[in-house]
Ligand binder design. Structure first.
Ligand SMILES: Cc1ncc(COP(=O)(O)O)c(C=O)c1O
Length: 435
């Protein structure tokens, strides 16, 4: 491949280039080498907890940063009570569940969490998955069949799309949050069982799913709706029951899916719904049946997080106050946050090279935001993603805003020089590695 490396993206390396499928395409390896300075922003090493201020490893040294990267929306990942509950469970149950929930990995703690989640969401039953991704994938692939059709918002998370692909059903996309486009898709696929798949909050754009209108359209076609509440559960709605609660549409959603890896500050996924549907899923969701159950220590932490998250609505108020404040300030600085109306905010840069250069400068200055490149977002929406939490103080947010303002506005020429030096160093290193 002789194209300019700066013009390539992950979507260019999907074809096999050698006779051995276990070998990465050589053009990809070369591309990664040339772009090592940019890729250095990925897989950062966290040296402490995912708190509002934390420490990461940057260029081989510990760097204190304001953390706008973690999904620890309510600060529960490092709440002392949560840690104490996990510690107690560790002494009693040991580390792993050591088996699939179907055969040997279920404990009384898992059952208790199922009951508590079902009660919290006012459903008959709930089941747990060892990851959110596996939960979405397993639920969709466990329920949809070859003659069905999954109708997905075109900004849907990959776990949802992969679930549909695995079920071998037909898939259709509709324009993001657009009821007319959904109506067209449903009409086109008339005569089949249809499942409309949307999200409570979209994880890249930080906007709400247009639940009220989309559910109304789905209902007019007799189609069921599945809502991924990964980023909204416990952090949205008066009682924390997600975007569906916030928009008053819980009754229109038979099956509620969420993760424990975001506002719960832990790990895992769940789905809540009718006893009959979940009884069926417990045998047909492969990531449930054929994968180890969540470690009891994690389940104990989630139980405590759920207790705190429902007992302390002020955490949600603080989260939303912080999000509103940060939004308003970013707008004041003329920073483009796309369609975000929540605590997830893209900071749109729109140019790949500039985004990576700025990403290094931000980390150097003590601000940790996530790089989001094409194809995760369209080219002109290449951005940083910032996640505000309830734990950020005004001082944290103001310092973050100062760093953003200085870096995005003023220091462009300084950054160019530094990035150039870094790139020279990287290519020198990669040349050394080549020879
Ligand atoms: C919308 C959405 N659904 C599902 C998942 C998967 O969740 P988990 O990270 O808990 O596996 C994510 C992960 O970020 C997500 O953003």
């Amino acid at each position: 491949m002789n194209e300019d490396p700066a013009k390539l993206s992950l979507s260019n390396f999907l074809a096999g280039e050698t006779s051995d499928p276990l070998q990465a395409p050589p053009s990809f390896t070369h591309w990664m080498r040339v772009g090592a300075w940019a890729a250095a922003l990925y897989e950062p090493e966290l040296l402490a907890s995912a708190d509002a201020r934390t420490t990461i490893n940057y260029e081989g040294k510990p760097r204190s940063v304001i953390n706008l990267c973690s999904y620890n929306y309510l600060g529960l990942a490092n709440r002392p009570e949560v840690i104490a509950a996990a510690r107690d469970a560790l002494s009693k149950y040991g580390m792993g569940a050591c088996g699939s929930p179907t055969l040997s990995g279920m404990t009384d703690l898992h059952r208790e969490l199922e009951r508590r989640v079902a009660k919290f969401l006012r459903r008959e039953d709930a089941m747990l998955f060892n990851s959110g991704f596996g939960g979405a994938l397993g639920t969709i692939s466990g329920l949809l069949r070859k003659n069905d059709v999954a109708i997905l918002d075109n900004r849907s998370h990959l776990s949802l799309r992969d679930g549909a692909v695995l079920s071998r059903c037909r898939t259709e996309k509709f324009e993001h949050n657009d009821p007319a486009s959904l109506d067209t898709a449903l009409t086109r696929q008339q005569g089949r069982r249809q499942l409309v798949i949307v999200e409570g909050i979209y994880s890249m754009d930080g906007d709400f799913g247009n639940l009220k209108e989309l559910i109304a359209v789905a209902e007019s076609h007799g189609a069921s709706v599945f809502v991924d509440e990964a980023h909204s559960m416990l952090a949205c709605g008066q009682n924390g029951r997600g975007a569906a609660e916030r928009f008053g549409v819980e009754d229109g959603i038979p099956l509620i899916y969420g993760t424990f890896s975001k506002a719960f500050g832990a790990l895992g996924g769940f789905v809540a719904g009718s006893k009959e549907t979940l009884q069926y899923l417990r045998f047909y969701a492969h990531p449930y049946v054929y994968s180890c159950a969540l470690p009891p220590v994690v389940v104990a932490a989630i139980l405590k997080a759920l207790e705190i998250g429902t007992r302390e609505p002020d955490l949600r108020k603080q989260l939303w106050d912080n999000a509103d404040y940060f939004h308003a300030q970013l707008r004041g600085l003329g920073i483009d946050t796309g369609r975000s109306t929540t605590y997830i905010m893209p900071i749109v840069i729109g140019d790949r090279e500039r985004m990576y250069r700025l990403g290094h400068e931000l980390r150097r200055r003590g601000l940790w935001v996530a790089p989001v490149d094409y194809p995760a977002v369209p080219q002109k929406k290449i951005c940083f993603r910032a996640c505000v939490t309830a734990k950020h103080t005004r001082a944290d947010l103001d310092e973050a805003l100062n760093i953003l303002e200085d870096t995005l506005r003023g220091a462009d020429s300084k950054i160019k020089a530094a990035a150039f030096r870094l790139r020279c160093k990287m290519s020198e290193l990669s040349l050394r590695a080549t020879f």
